[in-house]
Design a protein around this ligand. Structure first.
Ligand SMILES: Nc1ccn([C@H]2C[C@H](O)[C@@H](COP(=O)(O)OP(=O)(O)OP(=O)(O)O)O2)c(=O)n1
Length: 178
């Protein structure tokens, strides 16, 4: 089950869903529109190694926008800081973004109950496209979770992506033992 607009508002009222900044106009029938934050990042090395800490370089999207190019992975970030304490949040693209050939996640759309942060976007494009800080980029939808939670994401000692940030965060795969 996906939360309706009224339920999302009720959860915000209760504090079980936090979206900052929140704008009522961004609330859809059963989703909330999120926006592109001003920081982007790319990996320093052209070849990545899943066992190593691959470092990124951050840069700001200028006023006139920034042209994303095919063949590159850009890490972006939502403008919105979110907390979800009782539901499973999913980050989805928007049809209007998709129609510009912009993918906002490579594979990960699911969030965890207890996730408290901005969302890192794994952006790739089908053709060159100029993007702007603050443009609508995706939407959050909230699923009801079945069963009790033993360990919330924000209380997991090994949660990799819960340190509050306004910048995109690189892959922390290197922290996995494999
Ligand atoms: N495109 C996405 C998808 C998810 N997340 C956030 C919300 C999730 O709650 C958190 C962790 O996502 P995953 O569980 O998919 O990531 P990992 O399994 O790699 O990390 P961890 O070991 O911390 O669970 O990252 C994000 O910022 N950007």
């Amino acid at each position: 089950m996906i939360l309706s607009d009224k339920r999302i508002l009720e959860e915000i009222e209760k504090g079980t869903i936090v979206i900052e900044p929140f704008d009522r106009k961004c609330l859809g029938t059963n989703s909330y529109d999120v926006h592109l934050g001003k920081y982007l990042a790319t990996y320093k090395d052209a070849e990545l190694d899943a066992k190593k800490h691959n470092e990124i370089e951050h840069f700001e999207i200028p006023e006139e926008g920034y042209v994303l190019r095919p063949g590159f992975l850009y890490l972006g970030v939502t403008l919105e800081y979110t907390e979800t304490h009782g539901h499973v949040p999913f980050l989805e693209g928007k049809s209007s973004t998709g129609r510009l050939g912009i993918d906002i996640h490579a594979t990960a759309g699911k969030g965890d109950v207890g996730f408290c942060n901005t969302w890192t976007l794994e952006i790739s494009v089908a053709q060159p496209v100029r993007v702007y800080a603050g443009m609508p980029i995706g939407q959050l939808i909230y699923f009801v979770v079945e069963g009790d939670i033993e360990t919330f994401y924000n209380s997991k000692s090994n949660a990799k992506y819960n340190s509050r940030t306004i910048r995109p965060v690189e892959s922390m795969m290197w922290k996995n033992a494999f």
